[in-house]
Write a protein that binds this ligand. Sequence first.
Ligand SMILES: [Zn+2]
Length: 63
Amino acid sequence: MTEQNEKTCINCERTDAQIPLITLTFKGEAKYICAQCLPVLIHKTHLLADKLPGVEIAPPVNH
Ligand SMILES: [Zn+2]
């Protein structure tokens, strides 16, 4: 477990040495996500549920 010291995207795990990261806070903890993965957080939150324990998942949109 190195992610406590190192800033890595919660989705793709790239570091801020590789790609700019956006800081999030969730339940008082700092998390990082890159701009490329931000749409995943917005639209496919369930894919990150194991990275954000307890995150509220929006119900799927019926088309
Ligand atoms: Zn990413």
